[in-house]
Design a protein around this ligand. Sequence first.
Ligand SMILES: Nc1ncnc2c1ncn2[C@@H]1O[C@H](COP(=O)(O)OP(=O)(O)OP(=O)(O)O)[C@@H](O)[C@H]1O
Ligand SMILES: [Mg+2]
Length: 254
Amino acid sequence: MELTVDAINKTFISNGNINQVLKDISFEVDKGQFISLLGPSGCGKTTLLTIIAGFQKPDSGSIIVEGKKVVKAGPDRGFVFQNYALFPWMTVKDNILFPMKQIKMPKAEREERLKVLLEMSQLEGREGLYPHQISGGMKQRTALVRALATKPSVLLMDEPLGALDFQMRQSLQDELEEIWLRDRTTVVMVTHDVDEAVYLSDRVIVMSTNKGQIVEDMNIELDRPRNRKSIEYEKYKNQLTIALTKASPEMTED
Ligand SMILES: Nc1ncnc2c1ncn2[C@@H]1O[C@H](COP(=O)(O)OP(=O)(O)OP(=O)(O)O)[C@@H](O)[C@H]1O
Ligand SMILES: [Mg+2]
């Protein structure tokens, strides 16, 4: 098993209020699987993803990546943040090189990898520009290949395409799929877009506002690239929309 999420509990206490965000969350992800976490705003998706990344600790439970228990962030887990989080004072090239320098990858190997990543993301010729000089889609691609730079076992993405307009989003979904198909990194992607989840995922886990509990765990058995117009595609979307509605605040109780 590539990734095991085992009985994760997480409670926040703020202003004297106890807020249990994740209660006893468990699932396993196979190597090379692309899974999405789908759920309403505030249901705990980012919290769970950052626990998998090792950015924060659960109250109890554990995360296992390739047989090793996660105790802190590491280069075996790439992360794409909800709002890109590129370093504004670094060029595209230096942003992508940064994680490779962190793990002390030898210079020649770094430069070689940089070339591959720039080609993959169609950013050749832009590597000398700063984040404020490139478009949203380019920023997103920079953030994506930066997360892939150290060849992580698991790629964690928090609404990676959330900030983009509809058309840009669809074309980047295709690019994301192409990049993923090249080396089939195990992916956990957070989204609240049903169409995006069906278009990209092998499997979709729906989380509820009620303590982040898993209310649906569905395999999407469709050939790639997926045909948005097919009846089967529509069927998956309908089923997930129903699950998402049930997972939303007015349908849940404490
Ligand atoms: N550091 C924190 N301290 C206190 N409460 C927190 C903290 N981080 C998250 N929360 C609370 O945990 C809940 C889940 O937050 P989280 O960011 O995981 O939701 P989300 O599913 O990612 O939502 P969105 O789709 O809007 O990004 C929210 O009620 C939030 O206020
Ligand atoms: Mg979030």
